[in-house]
Design a binder for this molecule. Structure first.
Ligand SMILES: [Zn+2]
Length: 603
């Protein structure tokens, strides 16, 4: 495909789409702090040999005037005042190769001399040239060239990164278009790939189907072929969309032009389309659309899960928005990150959108390391997805614990290739709590932020005070390889009965990296938490228990009221158990035998 073919196709989609209509009218607009100016490319579009892109500070850019609201809002006097963004895979630079990026060393040169096109990695070069051909587009924002890249974790190196990452979501949200180097796994891939001749796009065929033959003329049917995996292969599974950072770029941008391996595709809130399949054809095979963040879609997701059972939580405020959040976390948690400290930051723009636009206003609602403070108890009951290994016949969980991602009570502390299942958000009838379904209360929490101005960003420490009704000492052990389940636990009682009750139905969060939980001196606990799922009939509900490891004692300083200051026993969450009343006879009762009044701290 040539860039002019793509340009024509993209223009057709852009005309049909109304998702970026703020750029059609005059008035002040939001701009990122820095941009790459494409003026030189636009002026010399017939001979780009000497063309350069220049890094500009929006506030100093001729033609952009700061408006009274200051900061990021500008009024433009330029014809080409639109900016586009780029989604791309950074990839690994070859040995001895320093990737082109903006640092304290290169910033000045990027601003004064600019960057020659030949100096840009192929993906960036294709993107700036393509962008400069779009109507009224004068700027492009590329993360590694517009944010000063830290060379160490020293505060002066990190400062710009922290500042700009606060606005990362907004940069994509406010842009005219997001150009996605969807098929390229690093900076050298570029946007354009040769079409594969073996993929003909003939979709209307005549099919002869003798069993239905009524007469000679009836035996031929005119059919349309629809590849039901086309969007998945072209977009969802493409290299760029396996990257965690790109998730919010794609979700928040008003519209995305995907440069796929053999064609381009369009994705906006209104429709999806590709060169080989129209929006209508794609809609026939795609029930889920990523950019659909509407209560109606949340409701559809929930009803699919409920399978016709009555919903016990219809009274819950924002019920369908929580369902959307659940879907966001479950999708996002499967994606890959180079730096695990980015786990929450790379989703911060989406969390901010939920807080500011999707949830109904509630000043008490805060973000707790990837969870929401309202109905927090139920959200603590997430679990790590396992895989069934066919050749060994056992369930396997290859997840790793990464404390730099977040505290142990947050899904963000786990690096799992199969992602997590988010806790089903419910209030457990806790306002009166007469049902007895909820067996603990979240009392208070405190979250330490790497950047105090970004409540959705990187967390340096997280503490959560819980008031459990029961807390039992347990012994955790590995089962023989011949067993279909890998682990079991039993109550730690002296003396141990001859045939102690074994509990096997539980999932450890990260058994391969949490090696200390199997040590003889490990102090392990089981904390009965709640009955669930609330969306199934009562006699099929499990007793959910958090599995904890005692880690010592910590002091707790509450961020707000300070009413719970003091020292507490501290625990790390290591897994979740589901105790059935049928298979684990007496099991539920045994775990609830002792009552406690202790308040504990989860870190
Ligand atoms: Zn649209």
């Amino acid at each position: 495909m040539t860039s002019s073919d793509v340009l024509d196709t993209a223009q057709t989609w852009m005309k049909k789409c109304k998702c970026a209509k703020t750029w059609e009218v005059s008035g002040e607009k939001w701009y990122p702090r820095r941009l790459l100016d494409l003026q030189d490319l636009r002026a010399n579009r017939h001979d780009l040999r000497n063309a350069r892109v220049r890094l500009v500070e929006s506030a100093e850019c001729p033609g952009l005037q700061t408006t009274s609201s200051g900061g990021h809002r500008f009024r433009s006097r330029r014809q080409d005042d639109r900016y586009v963004t780029l989604s791309h895979c950074w990839g690994k630079p070859g040995p001895g190769v320093t990737p082109l990026r903006m640092t304290f060393d290169t910033e000045r040169r990027f601003k004064t001399e600019g960057i020659g096109l030949q100096e840009l990695p192929k993906t960036f070069r294709d993107a700036v040239i393509f962008a400069s051909r779009l109507d009224k587009v004068g700027f492009i924002w590329i993360d590694s060239l517009c944010i000063r890249q830290p060379l160490s974790s020293a505060p002066d190196q990190m400062q710009d990164w922290f500042e700009q990452s606060r606005y990362m979501g907004t940069v994509y949200q406010k842009g005219f278009l997001n150009i996605s180097a969807t098929a390229s796994s690093d900076g050298n891939g570029g946007l354009f790939f040769d079409r594969r001749a073996e993929h003909p796009w003939e979709t209307i065929i005549d099919l002869s189907y003798p069993p239905l033959k009524l007469s000679e003329s009836d035996s031929i049917y005119r059919c349309m072929l629809i590849d039901q995996f086309s969007w998945k292969n072209l977009v969802e599974q493409a290299p760029v969309n396996r990257r965690a950072w790109v998730f919010q770029e794609r979700l928040l941008a008003p519209r995305v032009l995907h440069f796929g391996h053999d064609q381009v595709a369009w994705e906006c809130c209104e429709f999806q389309s590709s060169e080989s399949q129209s929006g209508e054809q794609l809609a026939m095979t795609q029930a889920k659309r990523l950019k659909q963040l509407t209560p109606a879609f949340g409701r559809m997701l929930r009803e699919t899960r409920l399978l016709g059972l009555p919903d016990p939580d219809l009274h819950l405020k924002d019920l369908y928005t929580y369902e959307l959040w659940k879907n966001v976390v479950e999708t996002y948690s499967q994606l890959q990150l180079t730096k695990f400290t980015d786990k929450l930051v790379a989703l911060a723009g989406v969390a901010r959108l939920f807080q500011e636009s999707l949830f109904r206003p509630d000043p008490r609602q805060t973000y707790v390391a990837g969870l929401w403070s309202t109905h927090l108890e139920s959200q603590l009951l997430w679990s790590v997805n396992e895989t069934y290994k066919n050749n060994t016949g056992v369930y396997d969980n290859p997840a790793r614990r990464r404390p730099e991602g977040g505290p142990s009570f947050s899904w963000a502390s786990i690096d799992s290739p199969y992602g997590v299942t988010y806790g089903d958000v419910t209030d457990y009838g806790s306002r009166s709590d007469t049902s007895g379904e909820l067996l603990f209360k979240a009392v208070d929490h405190s979250i330490g932020l790497a950047d105090p101005k970004n409540p959705f960003g990187m967390v340096t420490a997280g503490r959560l005070l819980l008031a459990p009704r029961h807390l039992r000492r347990i012994e955790l052990y590995k089962l023989p390889v011949s067993s279909s389940l890998p682990f079991a636990f039993r109550l730690k009682i002296e003396p141990q009965p001859k045939r102690p009750q074994q509990f096997k139905n539980f999932q450890l969060d990260a058994p391969d990296s949490d090696v200390d939980i199997f040590r003889a001196d490990a102090q392990m606990y089981c904390m009965p938490a709640a009955y669930g799922e609330r969306t199934v009939i009562k006699r099929e509900q499990y007793l959910y228990c958090l599995l904890l490891k005692y880690e010592g004692s910590v002091s707790f300083t509450a961020s707000g009221s300070g009413r719970k200051e003091g020292r507490y026993r501290a625990f790390r969450r290591v897994g979740i158990a589901k105790i059935s009343d049928c298979t684990d006879e007496w099991g539920q009762d045994m775990l609830k035998e002792e009552v406690t009044k202790e308040i504990i701290c989860l870190c």
